[in-house]
Design a binder for this molecule. Structure first.
Ligand SMILES: Cc1ncc(COP(=O)(O)O)c(C=O)c1O
Length: 398
């Protein structure tokens, strides 16, 4: 009896995997998981063809910078390939402390903690601090890692309309004023390219005593002085309690960070499961991040080129009549509204040698199905011209 019960349940799970509609569709149309055969900056090779990468988050175009590549190589020679353990036990190294001090100083914070993935950092920036009985006020369009952090925290969640201070005010007013409150938002929204309306939102959060967590994965390196991010660009450093982010975008590495006051970071080091039970950032990735941070402060040309390219690209898309969801940053969506329109557009771009990524509901709100594109400082004028030709071709396919 017990055996047949076990067998039945095991089969049910196997059947779920085998019969899953979304997986079948993914395998049939193969829009994701393309294995790139080689890469040199914004040029990649896929299925033997050279293509222009137009969806990488390498905003500053630093992932092939000789100083960064050399820093990673030297770190691996000195420290080996892995930390082989969590920071709390055997995985902590002096280079972690050095990187954390540099990031904290750059962000105008007392302290910082780095993780092996941005996902871990941003998830723990919520889950470590909020708990059952608290109320989290979250922008409807935040990244999946923040939703996971919210779920793990067991706090009650209240969503407010995307980037809407008015709706946030209403939602806060309708809630228990005595509850312990957290506000969760992004500095730059990864799909939309919108910049948070931080001056209004931070003021409301302060009025209501919210502890504010801001994920700046896409604002870091892109906005603010030398790329210090969204909070710096508004001069609101004292209004945001925690800035978290990723090192896999402008920092041209892998990993993530949480920056805040010393006591907040020490609390995270005690209570965050993602921090205490996951292996520490690798030597090469930490060294790459550190070198990139240095380059951001000594070579302003990358940030300048990023914005020059972004302006050219947005003008080009506007001339073609494409809807960019009013993106204000180098993360530029092309909203097409349905998967039936997104697929042929994406296919046409691929045929013309431009690599982009589709994002369809429920990954984006219904009716906002889009192609996610992102500009890099590495894109050349010649590549932008080729992209313009490919876009014009794809528009005709709609
Ligand atoms: C807004 C945001 N936060 C966090 C992350 C997670 O960062 P990582 O990919 O470095 O784990 C991402 C990655 O796409 C992101 O877009």
């Amino acid at each position: 009896m017990a055996l047949s019960f076990f067998t039945k349940n095991k089969k049910a799970l196997l059947a779920r995997c085998r019969d899953d509609h979304a997986t079948k569709m993914r395998l049939k149309y193969a829009p994701f998981y393309h294995a790139i055969e080689s890469q040199q900056g914004t040029t990649v090779r896929l299925d033997g063809r050279e293509m222009i990468m137009l969806s990488s988050n390498d905003y500053l175009g630093l992932s092939f910078h000789p100083k960064i590549v050399e820093a990673g190589r030297a770190a691996m020679l000195k420290w080996g390939s892995s930390t082989n353990g969590a920071r709390i036990s055997n995985g902590s190294r002096t280079f972690h402390l050095e990187l954390e001090e540099k990031l904290a100083a750059f962000l105008g914070r007392e302290a910082c903690h780095v993780h092996a993935a941005g996902y871990l950092s941003c998830m723990s920036a919520v889950a470590a601090f909020a708990q059952k009985g608290d109320v989290i006020f979250a922008d409807k369009n935040i990244h999946s890692c923040l939703w996971d952090g919210i779920r793990l925290s067991m706090a009650t969640v209240e969503r407010f309309s995307h980037n809407s201070p008015d709706d946030l005010r209403e939602v806060l007013a309708a809630n228990n004023p005595d509850a312990t409150k957290m506000l969760v938002l992004e500095g730059v929204y990864s799909m939309e390219g919108h910049i948070a309306r931080l001056p209004e939102i931070a003021e409301i959060a302060e009025e209501h005593g919210c502890f504010t967590v801001l994920d700046d994965a896409h604002g870091f390196g892109v906005l603010g002085r030398q790329g210090r991010g969204t909070v710096d660009s508004f001069g609101l450093n004292d209004k945001v309690d925690v800035i978290c982010g990723s090192m896999s975008k402008s920092l041209a590495s892998i990993g993530g960070f949480v920056a805040a006051s010393r006591e907040v970071i020490e609390y995270l080091r005690t209570h965050s499961k993602q921090t205490t039970f996951s292996a520490a950032l690798s030597p090469a990735q930490a060294a790459a991040s550190m070198a990139a941070l240095d380059i951001m402060q000594t070579e302003p040309e990358h940030l300048e080129k990023l914005w020059a390219n972004t302006k050219k690209y947005r003008t080009m898309l506007k001339q073609l009549g494409l809807d960019t969801w009013e993106s204000e940053t180098p993360a530029v969506p092309i909203v097409l509204g349905s998967k039936e329109r997104v697929y042929p557009f994406w296919r046409a771009l691929m045929d013309k040698g431009v690599f982009t990524v589709m994002s369809i509901a429920p990954a984006v709100p219904a009716g906002k199905d889009l192609i996610r594109t992102a500009i890099s400082a590495m894109h050349t004028d010649e590549q932008l011209e080729k992209i313009a030709e490919a876009m014009a071709y794809a528009v005709k396919k709609l």
